[in-house]
Design a protein around this ligand. Structure first.
Ligand SMILES: [Zn+2]
Length: 179
């Protein structure tokens, strides 16, 4: 029996709780978007949190392991750190962007080597990628600097699925205030 007045010491740290909340959010966001925009047909990737603290950039990257035939979606620590401030919309855009990469590789439309991993590059954001985005909830814009269709935005931010995942995001990310 617990004694009165005893201090409750959580068994997991805030950092760990936050990481778990984020991983859960990423998994559930992928599942909901997959159902809404791809009829649930994309293979589920594993979600990774990048370890390079030095990569002072907030981004996500899709990797394909041709040997294991598995996708890996990596988010930099900075992206995740800023998740609370950036808002859910940024998460949906980023997730759908990476899902378009996965779909392109699945359909082998990108002429990328299936044994390769890094999908970022000129070919990765080519015409096929643009078409894939526009069929699945995004609008792709041409970036003059990079000469690619690399910039993507939600085509319909009012789509009902975003209300559904907004709750997941609130429960798992926003509710965890940084201590
Ligand atoms: Zn990309």
């Amino acid at each position: 029996m617990q004694k009165k007045g005893r201090t409750f010491i959580p068994s997991v740290s805030y950092e760990e709780l936050y990481r778990q909340g984020i991983k859960k959010t990423l998994r559930q966001t992928f599942t909901a978007l997959n159902r809404a925009f791809y009829n649930g047909r994309l293979p589920r990737p594993s979600f990774c949190i990048g370890t390079l603290k030095e990569s002072a950039d907030a981004y996500a990257g899709t990797y394909y392991n041709g040997f294991l035939k598995q996708f890996e979606l990596t988010f930099t620590p900075l992206f995740l750190e800023h998740l609370q401030e950036q808002g859910a919309k940024r998460l949906y855009e980023t997730m759908l962007h990476e899902m378009s990469h996965i779909a392109c590789v699945c359909q082998k439309v990108n002429r990328l080597s299936l044994t390769g991993y890094g999908l970022d590059g000129v070919e990765a954001h080519g015409q096929d990628f643009k078409d894939m985005c526009e069929r699945h909830g995004l609008r792709a814009e041409w970036c003059n600097d990079a000469e690619q269709w690399a910039h993507t935005e939600l085509k319909d931010p009012e789509h009902p699925v975003f209300g559904e995942i907004g709750r997941i995001y609130e429960q798992n990310v926003l509710s965890l205030k940084k201590g």
